[in-house]
Design a protein around this ligand. Structure first.
Ligand SMILES: Cc1cc2nc3c(=O)[nH]c(=O)nc-3n(C[C@H](O)[C@H](O)[C@H](O)COP(=O)(O)OP(=O)(O)OC[C@H]3O[C@@H](n4cnc5c(N)ncnc54)[C@H](O)[C@@H]3O)c2cc1C
Length: 637
C-alpha cells in the first residue's frame, strides 16, 4: 500500500493556512445533504459532532454509555496545553511544537504537530467562551502550571478535573445541536463493524446494548473518536469500557493501524494492591510540580519514610536530570522508577513503588496552598490507600495510561479507507513514541473543533457518492457476521470468565510488552497470546442472553478483539528494533540506560495492513521527514 500523508507543501508555519485555502468547500446549502456518523462522545467526538452540526451537516452520534458525558475524557485530571505564553516565561507555538516532537522521541509527523501547536490557543478561547472554569490568577488571567517535558508553564487546568470541565463544555455544545435536531444521539450503542461500499466508509453496524438489537446506520462519512486501547493490559488508568473494537474492526476492513506498540506508561499511579483489582488510579502528573520523587539510598531499606533521614534518600530524578528534575517526560520517569525498584530500592509491601513527597512544598507554600492546587487528588489518594498524603509521602508506581498508536491517518485525519476519519486518542497522529502530559486533551479538541470541520468538507466536496440505503448487501453481510460472532461467544459455554482471560492477557502484555521489552520476551508473548486466544473461543463462559442488557457479552466481544490486537502490538514491537519513547527494547539503550533510537532504519511510522485472519499483516512505512527540527538523542539532563 502506498501511504500518502498529504502533507501540504510550503513552509511549516503556513501549511495549515494554505491547506485550508486549498481544500474544497461544501456550500452552506449543500451541507444539509450530507449525513456524518460520529462514533464516540469524548472530547474528540463531542467537539466534532457539535462543530459539524453547527456547520449544517446532519450528524448521528454514537456512544457506549448511557450519556455522552460518561466518556473516558471525563477522567482527565491535570490540564490541557496551549502556547498562550500568559506567564511570559518563553513559550511560543514553535516551542510547543518542538517540545512535542522531542517529547515523542522524533517519531511524529512535523506538519501535524505544528498544526496542533497552532490551534492550541484557539481551543482555550473556545472553551473559555463556553464557560469552562479554568483556574485563574489573582489578576484574572488564566493560570498555568507545568507538565513533564517542558521547562515552562503552559498547562491550563480546572483543579484536578480538567477533562470533566472540558467535556461539559463540549457536551453543552453537542446537546445544543441535539436540541436543534442537527445531531441525533444514539447512546448505549456499540459499533461492531464498519460498512464499506465502493471502497468508501458508508456506515456502521452497532449493537443496541439495552435491547441487543443489531442496527444499521448509513452516512456519507464515518468519524471514529473511540479513544485508546490501554485496557489491552487489563490493569490501566483507563475507564473500564475503553476498548479497541471500533478501530480494530476498521483495521480489518483496510484501515492501517499505526504504531500499535507505542504505549504510554504513566509514572505516578497508585500501585497495584491485589490480584482481583479491576483498574488502576492515576495521580495526576501535575503533582510533580510540587511533589519530589525519592527512594531510600540503601537497597532493602524497609524503614518508614519518616524514619529515613534526608541524607539517606535518593531524589533520583533530580539527581539524574537536573534541568527537568521531577518533570521529566513520562517514559523517562517511569523507566527510572522501575530501575530503582529493580535495584531493590522500591518501597511499600510489594517493593514496587517510589515516594512522591510533598513535605517540602507544604513547608514552603503552606498546606492551604497545596490543598487548593491538588485537594481533590489528595482526597482521592487517601480514600483509596487510607493514608494521608499531607502527612506521609504518596506511594506511586508506573501504570499503563495512554496509547500513542491508533489508526494511521493522513494530514486530513483520514485513514487509509476513503471517508473514514479518526480523531483523538483513536488515531496515531501527533504524539510519536511518547505523549507529553496535557497534550491528549489538546489533540482531541484540536481534531474535533478545528481540524475535522475543514478536512471533512474537502473530502465531501471532492468525492462522488452513490445513493445507498441500509438495505445494501454490504450492510446485510456485516450484520450477519456480527450476529454470528455474538452467537459464537454465547455458545462457547466454557469454564473461564471473560475477566479471567483478560487478566491473563494483561499480565502477558505487561510482562513482555510493557515498560521494558526484549525480543525473546516478545516472542514468548506472541505464542502465549495465540494459545490464550485459541482457548478463549473454546473455554469462555458468557452468561446471559443476546437480546438483553448483557455486560458480560459486551466485555467478551472487546476481549476477543484485544486477544487479536495484542498480537499486532507484539509484531510491531518486534519489527521496531530500536528503542524510542515508550517503546524500550532492552537491547537498544545508551550507556546511561536511555532509549537509543536508530534513525537510519526506523525513522518512520509503522502502518500495519490486515491481510486476512490467520495471516501475518503487512508492514507499510511512512518515512518521517524532519526539515525543521534536528534529530538528536533526547536529553533532559
Ligand atoms: C485518569 C486519566 C487522566 C488523564 N488526564 C489527562 C490530562 O490531564 N490531560 C490530558 O491531556 N490527557 C489526560 N488523559 C488522557 C485523555 O483523557 C484521553 O486521551 C482523552 O480524553 C481521550 O479522548 P477521546 O475523545 O479520544 O476518547 P474517549 O474520551 O475515551 O471517548 C471515547 C468515546 O468512544 C465511545 N466508544 C468507544 N468504543 C465505542 C464503540 N465500539 N462504539 C460506540 N462508541 C464507542 C465511548 O463511549 C466514548 O464516548 C488522562 C487519561 C486518564 C486515563
Amino acid at each position: 500500500m502506498r501511504l500518502d500523508a498529504k502533507i501540504p507543501a510550503g513552509p511549516l508555519a503556513q501549511k495549515w493556512d494554505r491547506h485550508r485555502f486549498e481544500l474544497k468547500l461544501v456550500n452552506p446549502a449543500n451541507k444539509r445533504k450530507y449525513d456524518i456518523i460520529v462514533v464516540g462522545t469524548g472530547l474528540a467526538g463531542a467537539s466534532a459532532s457539535a462543530s459539524l452540526a453547527e456547520l449544517g451537516y446532519n450528524v448521528k452520534t454514537f456512544c457506549i454509555h448511557d450519556s455522552p458525558r460518561r466518556a473516558h475524557s471525563i477522567a482527565a485530571q491535570g490540564g490541557i496545553n496551549a502556547a498562550k505564553n500568559y506567564p511570559n516565561d518563553g513559550d511560543s507555538i514553535w516551542r510547543l511544537f518542538y517540545d512535542t516532537v522531542k517529547g515523542g522521541d522524533f517519531r511524529a509527523r512535523e506538519a501535524n504537530v505544528y498544526r496542533l501547536a497552532q490551534v492550541s490557543n484557539l481551543i482555550i478561547d473556545q472553551c473559555v467562551a463556553q464557560g469552562v472554569p479554568f483556574a485563574r490568577e489573582y489578576g484574572g488571567l488564566l493560570a498555568n502550571r507545568s507538565f513533564g517535558g517542558a521547562q515552562l508553564s503552559r498547562t491550563f487546568y480546572a483543579r484536578g478535573q480538567t477533562g470533566q470541565q472540558l467535556l461539559l463544555g463540549a457536551y453543552s455544545a453537542l446537546m445544543r445541536q441535539v436540541a436543534t435536531g442537527k445531531v441525533r444521539m444514539f447512546p448505549r450503542r456499540e459499533m461492531l463493524d464498519l460498512v464499506l461500499i465502493n471502497g468508501q466508509a458508508r456506515g456502521i453496524v452497532a449493537r443496541n446494548l439495552v435491547s441487543g438489537e443489531i442496527e444499521r446506520h448509513e452516512g456519507h462519512a464515518v468519524v471514529l473518536c473511540t479513544g485508546g486501547y490501554g485496557n489491552v493490559y487489563y490493569l490501566s488508568t483507563n475507564a473500564k469500557a475503553c476498548n479497541v473494537t471500533a478501530t480494530f474492526r476498521a483495521y480489518k476492513h483496510g484501515a492501517c493501524f499505526g504504531n500499535p506498540c507505542f504505549t504510554q506508561i504513566h509514572p505516578t499511579c497508585i500501585p497495584v494492591h491485589g490480584t482481583y483489582q479491576s483498574k488502576l488510579t492515576l495521580m495526576s502528573e501535575s503533582l510533580r510540580n510540587d511533589g519530589r520523587v525519592w527512594v531510600p539510598k540503601t537497597p532493602g531499606d524497609k524503614r518508614k519514610p519518616s524514619q529515613i533521614p534526608e541524607a539517606e534518600r535518593d531524589y533520583f530524578l533530580e539527581r539524574k536530570y537536573p534541568s527537568f528534575g521531577n518533570l521529566v517526560p513520562r517514559d523517562v520517569a517511569s523507566r527510572n522508577a522501575k530501575e530503582q525498584c529493580d535495584q531493590d530500592k522500591g518501597v511499600g509491601d510489594t517493593g514496587l513503588a517510589v515516594y512522591l513527597d510533598f513535605a517540602d512544598a507544604i513547608q514552603r507554600d503552606s498546606r492551604a496552598v497545596i490543598e487548593k492546587k491538588y485537594g481533590n487528588l489528595f482526597q482521592m489518594y487517601e480514600k483509596i490507600t487510607g493514608e494521608d498524603p499531607y502527612e506521609t509521602p504518596m506511594m506511586i508506581y508506573p501504570a499503563v495510561h495512554y496509547t500513542m498508536g491508533g489508526l494511521w491517518v493522513d494530514y486530513n485525519l483520514m485513514s487509509t479507507i476513503d471517508g473514514l476519519f479518526v480523531l483523538g486518542e483513536a488515531n496515531f497522529s501527533d504524539h510519536g513514541a511518547n505523549r507529553l502530559g496535557a497534550s491528549a486533551l489538546m489533540q482531541g479538541l484540536a481534531d474535533g473543533y478545528f481540524v475535522i470541520p475543514y478536512t471533512i468538507g474537502g473530502y465531501l466536496a471532492g468525492s462522488r457518492f452513490t445513493e445507498v440505503s441500509t438495505d445494501h448487501s454490504a450492510f446485510g453481510d456485516s450484520v450477519k457476521q456480527v450476529q454470528e460472532r455474538v452467537a459464537k461467544l454465547l455458545a462457547a459455554r466454557g469454564r473461564r470468565t471473560v475477566d479471567d482471560f483478560h487478566r491473563e492477557l494483561g499480565l502477558v502484555m505487561w510482562d513482555h510488552c510493557g515498560m521494558a521489552r526484549t525480543n525473546d520476551g516478545l516472542k514468548t508473548a506472541r505464542s502465549r497470546i495465540q494459545a490464550l486466544r485459541a482457548e478463549f473461543w473454546e473455554n469462555v463462559r458468557v452468561p446471559g442472553a443476546e437480546h438483553d442488557f448483557n455486560q458480560s457479552l459486551e466485555k467478551a466481544g472487546r476481549v476477543a478483539d484485544f486477544l487479536e490486537f495484542a498480537e499486532l502490538m507484539i509484531l510491531d514491537a518486534l519489527a521496531r528494533q530500536e528503542s524510542c519513547g515508550g517503546h524500550f527494547n532492552e537491547a537498544y539503550q545508551t550507556e546511561e540506560n536511555e532509549a537509543k533510537r536508530d534513525d537510519a532504519h526506523f525513522c518512520h511510522a509503522a502502518a500495519w495492513e490486515f491481510t486476512g485472519d490467520g495471516k501475518d499483516p503487512v508492514l507499510n512505512k511512512e518515512p518521517l521527514v524532519f526539515e525543521n527540527v534536528h534529530l538528536t538523542q533526547r536529553s533532559y539532563k
